[in-house]
Design a protein around this ligand. Structure first.
Ligand SMILES: N[C@@H](CCC(=O)N[C@@H](CS)C(=O)NCC(=O)O)C(=O)O
Length: 220
């Protein structure tokens, strides 16, 4: 049975859990999950570091194969376990999704990470409020690019849901929650109508609501 290491509150673990759920793979039946990270610990033990030298979650064991990096784990699961053809495999959809997966990890998350970690992991007295606000406003601008794409298609890589949507939507969820909880610190949140409609679509057509955080997990 596959083994997934990671606490459910982690955005990157949530990507994998959402993907598994879309593929019809169930915890306890098709995979086991071990809580690790933050207050659960385990991720700095010598045993865990042998699996993932970064000491981070998620980490997946599937037989002899050990994977880390949430987007790579989703790519693997979609390739290996998509018996029901949940995700399209035509070249345009696949690489449309790949593009957004790389954008999420390489462009958008580096901007959103500053307000996210700054407001949920750093005590108020130690926060860099200028950097938090600037990066939140940068995220507004970056997400307007996704919004433009979603003006012409239902999902990030075309008219069918793909794993790129999973990575993006969980970030968008944090972006919304951060502004709700810390409106002064983030400054205004851009009103992006196509993103709003896409989130509604994800709620109606995918397992988004099962996985997405309803409130921020603030750990200081
Ligand atoms: N690029 C990695 C980042 C992994 C990462 O930063 N994981 C965080 C949780 S979201 C972590 O393990 N933090 C340490 C902890 O939870 O104790 C991925 O996408 O999987």
């Amino acid at each position: 049975m596959m083994r997934l290491w990671g606490r459910k509150s982690s955005i990157n673990v949530q990507k994998v859990l959402w993907c598994l759920s879309e593929l019809g793979l169930e915890e306890g039946k098709n995979f086991e999950r071990i809580d690790a990270g933050l207050h659960f610990g385990l991720n700095r033990t010598p045993e865990f570091l042998k699996l993932n030298p970064n000491g981070l979650v998620p980490t997946l064991e599937d037989g002899d194969l050990i994977l880390w990096e949430s987007n790579t784990i989703m790519r693997y699961l979609a390739r290996q376990y998509d018996k029901q053809k949940r995700f399209p495999i035509d070249i345009a959809s696949q690489y449309g999704s790949e593009k957004w997966l790389d954008w999420q990890v390489g462009t958008m998350w580096p901007a959103l990470r500053t307000p996210f970690l700054g407001l949920t992991r750093v005590p108020a007295a130690e926060r860099n409020y200028d950097a938090i606000r600037k990066s939140y406003q940068d995220t507004n601008s970056l997400l307007s690019l996704l919004d433009q794409t979603l003006a012409n298609q239902k999902y990030c890589s075309g008219n069918q849901f793909h794993i790129g949507d999973i990575a993006l939507a969980l970030c968008v969820g944090r972006w919304i929650l951060l502004h709700e909880a810390f409106p002064e610190e983030t400054g205004p949140r851009a009103d992006l109508k196509n993103i709003n409609a896409w989130i509604k679509r994800l709620e109606n057509e995918t397992k988004y609501s099962e996985i997405a955080e309803k409130e921020l997990n603030i750990v200081k």
